[in-house]
Design a protein around this ligand. Structure first.
Ligand SMILES: [Zn+2]
Length: 212
């Protein structure tokens, strides 16, 4: 059982909401990044950490930057995926999970827009926000060998809920997967986040960030 090779803290990430002391987690050798959207506008409490990912990216639109919070080491299992008894492993299957604060739901986006509430609608994320995620993926590639590739189907929410978009992996495919995917691709889960993010652009930016 390999464990915890490489740096465990994403540079610059705050540890103000560190949950590993409360929830432990399993040591792993990460080869997958799972992206989520929080469907909220601020750093969630995650029920005191009980449903927390490894990291959360909080957009700061004024500074045009993502502020990162780290909740668990990179190579320690976190808690934002559903896992059924039996079947495949999810949270503990060598995945590092990142929650992006904002929404993938066009209805929520319209509601917040009408109310004048600043937010990121991730399917139409501004370049600076995509770049913030891309830099994280580049770091995960360099330090943890996570391949900069992923599924071809990134259907829009709500089609991505369940498996309406045909995007969700089978257990066998998931067990063999290495790269970057969304919550909506993970088996045993129904959530449709992060929806129609511009994955090609994200990977292009991540590859460009390797040169930095
Ligand atoms: Zn999710």
């Amino acid at each position: 059982m390999p464990n915890k090779t490489g740096p465990q803290r994403y540079p610059g990430a705050s540890r103000d909401r560190w949950y590993q002391d409360d929830f432990g987690g399993r040591a792993m050798e990460v080869n997958v990044v799972v992206l989520h959207t929080t469907e909220g506008r601020s750093l969630p409490d995650y029920q005191g950490g009980a449903l927390a990912p490894n990291l959360t990216a909080v957009p700061d639109p004024a500074a045009k930057k993502l502020k990162w919070y780290q909740h668990f080491d990179i190579d320690v299992s976190s808690r934002a995926l559903r896992n059924k008894l039996g079947g495949v492993e999810t949270n503990t299957l060598n995945v590092c999970q990142a929650e992006l604060v904002g929404t993938c739901d066009p209805k929520t986006h319209a509601k917040w827009k009408d109310a004048g509430k600043a937010h990121i609608y991730w399917p139409q994320a501004p370049e600076w926000a995509l770049l913030g995620v891309a830099r994280f993926l580049a770091w995960m590639h360099i330090e943890h060998d996570v391949p900069l590739r992923g599924p071809t189907l990134w259907p829009a929410y709500p089609k991505s809920y369940g498996n309406e978009g045909g995007q969700r992996m089978s257990g066998a495919k998931w067990n063999g997967f290495k790269g970057v995917c969304g919550h909506m691709h993970v088996p045993e889960n129904a959530h449709g986040d992060p929806g129609a993010v511009d994955f090609d652009r994200l990977i292009k930016l991540a590859k460009a960030a390797l040169e930095e």
